[in-house]
Design a protein. Structure first.
Length: 413
């Protein structure tokens, strides 16, 4: 009996160790070798390796990681950067959401992946469309970036109790980001009463945040006073003072760029070298919420630097709906006026991950985080344009775009 127990114990031990051995061999499933690793926390490894296991980054190190039995990417000449996050993106075009889901969504989602986007926070709904899209991607039925849903609540023709009920309803549907529709340039007491109710109700539910489009410094300060934790816009109608920027920082409110808003777009809506607004209307007359001369392009850029220098955690958002890579190129070109390449890495990586409340999962290439990685040709620290040379995109440890043979060209840069 003792002998049998002994053999059984040995078998059990073998089983445990053998299985453990098998697991580490098969799960160590992707290794990137010889990449310039731009970690996103300020560190850069000139010739580095990233080992990916079970969809997460297992290790990041200088030199050759030498992981056997894993698929290997030779990334000589490439830089590895954290997967791009657009924290305010209008994903669905206007019109029939259901039809778009059936006919166009798959191609659109692949365009996002090809541009390097691995996570999108949807700029308000539509519900249920956005939840259906998220479900299709999460379940593997469609390839696409990680989708974070949101929905907006109107600030007019609604009572505070109705606004609270809507916050609870959307939270109950799994929507963690609640937008507003839409705070005025000069917010009225009625709008602010609704906004305060939304914020108050959201704070009773863990993991739910209110995000506001504030288009003027006045609206930004009112939104901060109302307790809203997130601003999806940089004000584009009037100058933000240093004192205002410091108040935003002191309130720990996070803010997104969207500074391409007033900057003319070229070569996207027509190849005629004419400046256009982001919906294809002529620039500057077609710029909405502008004084008519395209001033918003200047206001936004300068205000962006003002809030950044005051210490606001400032992330990346485009607030647009046109072609992903052209939108990326346009927003980066606009940001380039005021931010260094190092700033851009911080802005797009850890800062945007903080905005979407996923700092522990995304935003840098560090062990334990989700393996969302973009390999680009060249060095993005030499210039933003190198963030457009997408070659390989990895989401959760899976290669979702491989353009090593046929790189997609970038427009508007
Ligand atoms: Zn928006």
């Amino acid at each position: 009996m003792k002998k049998i127990l002994g053999i059984a114990a040995q078998l059990l031990l073998c089983l445990i160790f053998c299985l453990a051995g098998l697991r580490s061999a098969s799960a160590q499933n992707l290794v990137i070798q010889h990449a310039r690793v731009i970690v996103g926390n300020g560190n850069v490894i000139d010739d580095g390796s990233i080992v990916i296991r079970d969809g997460r980054i297992a290790s990041v190190s200088a030199g050759n990681a030498g992981a056997r039995g894993a698929q290997t990417i030779d990334a000589r000449g490439f830089s590895a950067v954290p997967g791009f996050i657009d924290a305010h993106r209008h994903i669905f075009p206007r019109g029939d959401a259901e039809k778009w889901l059936k006919t166009d969504a798959a191609a659109s989602m692949q365009q996002f992946l090809d541009a390097g986007y691995t996570t999108l926070l949807s700029g308000a709904g539509p519900v249920p469309g956005i939840l259906e899209l998220k479900q299709m991607i999460d379940s593997g039925k469609m390839k696409g970036p990680r989708i974070i849903a949101s929905e907006a609540i109107p600030l007019r023709n609604i009572t505070p109790d109705e606004a609270r009920a809507q916050v609870r309803k959307y939270a109950g549907m799994g929507i963690r980001f609640i937008g507003e529709e839409a705070l005025s340039d000069k917010p009225t007491p009625g709008e602010l009463e609704i906004l305060r109710a939304m914020v108050d109700e959201s704070k009773k539910i863990s993991g739910v945040w209110v995000m506001v489009h504030a288009v003027t410094p006045e609206a930004m300060m009112d939104s901060v006073s109302a307790g809203a934790p997130l601003l999806v816009h940089t004000p584009h109608f009037g100058w933000v003072t240093q004192a205002q920027a410091q108040q935003v920082a002191a309130a720990h409110v996070l803010e997104l760029s969207t500074i391409g808003f007033g900057v003319p777009v070229f070569g996207v809506f027509a190849n005629d070298n004419k400046p256009r607004f982001r919906d294809g209307a002529p620039w500057p007359s077609g710029v909405i919420n502008d004084e008519g001369l395209g001033q918003s392009a200047g206001y936004k850029a300068v205000n962006a630097r003002t809030v950044w220098d005051a210490g606001v955690i400032y992330g990346y958002g485009t607030d647009t709906n046109y072609e992903p890579k052209a939108g990326l190129s346009h927003e980066l070109r606009s940001l380039n006026l005021m931010f260094s390449p190092q700033d851009l890495i911080k802005l797009m990586g850890p800062n945007t991950a903080a905005f979407i409340q996923m700092s522990d999962q995304l935003g840098t290439l560090e062990p334990g985080k989700l393996a969302d990685i973009v390999l680009v040709a060249g060095n993005p620290l030499d210039g933003y344009w190198n963030l457009l040379n997408t070659r390989v995109v990895i989401k959760g440890g899976v290669i979702v775009s491989d353009q090593r043979k046929n790189p997609a060209p970038a427009k508007d840069n």
